[in-house]
Design a protein around this ligand. Structure first.
Ligand code: CO8
Length: 373
């Protein structure tokens, strides 16, 4: 069986940034206008007045200070509160394909590997701009790759599930080099009028180049020692947007066609599952937790990551033991743990072990144990 190696990663982060104060100002303007417009109904008890948001709450509850987005103006306009991303003509590459090209080219450049030598593309993310043709096939075309491509969606765990799919294809001899690309435009599926969640997400695209070990020079990349996936059904993170919406007019425009969650329940239910799965996976590979140099965890909530890291490591995580990138990027769904991996790996030396672990909607958990080459 051929072992898989993560030979390089790439990141595209949109240049437009919204900090908490800007986001809260827009939200609170919306709240003020809503309460004024509905003052009479609120007075009569027919409607409930909306509560304002607060930057201090956002940073304390989540660790998020700012987020990169594809369109700042549309999101911050209190009369709009969603990005403006016009549909492109079919003759042009789509926006997720374009994000994927940028991240993939960075990964290929870092690996010193030609796009024409890649055998397959997996686009793995939470929201795809259309059902078909697959964004992955479009990206394959844009990069000049022969072979095959497909899209997959396991929400926050898409990238780690994609890495396992790539490693399996390599092990089975179906391909020797696969790009796993996660173009996440979370801002387009976020309800910026919902106080509980308007601050959570940002946009980003990551690319992971997975290759057959024999093709990667010694000293480059990370051996994939194993991966473990787990899913358990839950309605606590849900999005009811889909092609059947137009067959039921009563639902169109409802908030549940965007991201909804019971954040506190997610926190409580998912954290122990994740810690348990990482522990069991390491044990099955004959590894002790004190051999771990790094945990690149899903980036949804700072407090959640600290709790999981403490449970796995048996002590408070030291500096960079479980790096957090939420302050700069917010939750970028499946791209989050890969951004952490991309940005916090240069100090590792050959033989160091680490874990890339995603968790979220489904519920879904994807764990990949790696060793620096
Ligand atoms: N400003 C001020 N106060 C607020 C605000 C706000 N914006 N929002 C809530 N509050 C208040 C509440 O009213 C409440 O007040 P009170 O105590 O008086 O009732 C108080 O603050 C506490 O509220 P919560 O209990 O809701 O706050 P938490 O401490 O639980 O923090 C979080 C909320 C940050 C949402 C937290 O629960 C969390 O992060 N949980 C984990 C969630 C998680 O991991 N989710 C996974 C995300 S899913 C994913 O990653 C990918 C999904 C697919 C992508 C979709 C793309 C869009």
């Amino acid at each position: 069986m051929t072992r898989a190696v993560i030979s390089a990663t790439g990141l595209f982060s949109p240049p437009q940034v919204i900090d908490n104060d800007e986001l809260v100002e827009s939200f609170n303007t919306y709240v003020h206008r809503y309460n004024e417009r509905n003052a009479e109904a609120i007075e009569k008890g027919e409607l409930t007045a909306l509560e304002p948001s607060a930057s201090a709450f956002i940073e304390k509850a989540s660790g998020i200070k700012r987020r990169h987005v594809m369109d700042k103006d549309g999101i911050l306009d209190p009369e709009r509160m969603r990005p403006s991303i016009p549909q492109r003509p079919n003759s042009e590459y789509g926006i997720q394909c374009e994000m994927g090209m940028k991240a993939s080219r960075e990964a290929l450049e870092r690996a010193g590997f030609a796009a024409s030598d890649v055998d397959a593309v997996i686009v793995a993310c939470s929201n795809l701009e259309r059902p078909y043709p697959a964004v992955a096939v479009e990206l394959q075309d844009a990069l000049g790759i022969e072979g095959f491509a497909y899209d997959m969606n396991v929400a926050c765990s898409s990238a780690t599930f994609g890495i396992q799919a790539a490693a399996d294809s390599i092990a089975n001899g179906h391909a020797r080099a696969i790009l796993v690309v996660s173009p996440e435009i979370c801002s387009a599926h976020l309800n910026f009028r919902d106080r509980d969640s308007h601050f959570i997400f940002g946009d980003a695209c990551t690319a992971v180049l997975v290759q057959a070990a024999e093709d990667v020079p010694e000293g480059r990349g990370f051996d994939v020692l194993g991966s473990r996936l787990k899913t358990r059904f839950s309605n606590n993170i849900r999005n009811n947007f889909g092609f059947l919406n137009r067959a039921d007019e009563s639902g169109i425009g409802q908030p549940d066609k965007l991201f909804v969650q019971e954040g506190r329940k997610v926190f409580k239910e998912v954290s122990p599952l994740v810690a348990e799965l990482i522990g069991e996976h390491l044990e099955s590979l004959g590894l002790q937790t004190d051999q771990l140099r790094r945990l690149w965890l899903h980036q949804a909530n700072l407090n959640m990551n600290e709790l999981i890291a403490k449970r796995v490591l048996g002590h408070e995580p030291g500096e960079n033991e479980a790096p957090v990138i939420l302050d700069e990027y917010a939750n970028t769904s499946s791209a989050g743990s890969i951004i952490a991996f991309d940005q916090y790996q240069d100090d590792l030396t050959a033989g160091d072990h680490g874990v890339i672990c995603s968790f979220g909607a489904g519920y879904s958990i994807g764990n990949v144990v790696v060793r620096k080459r």
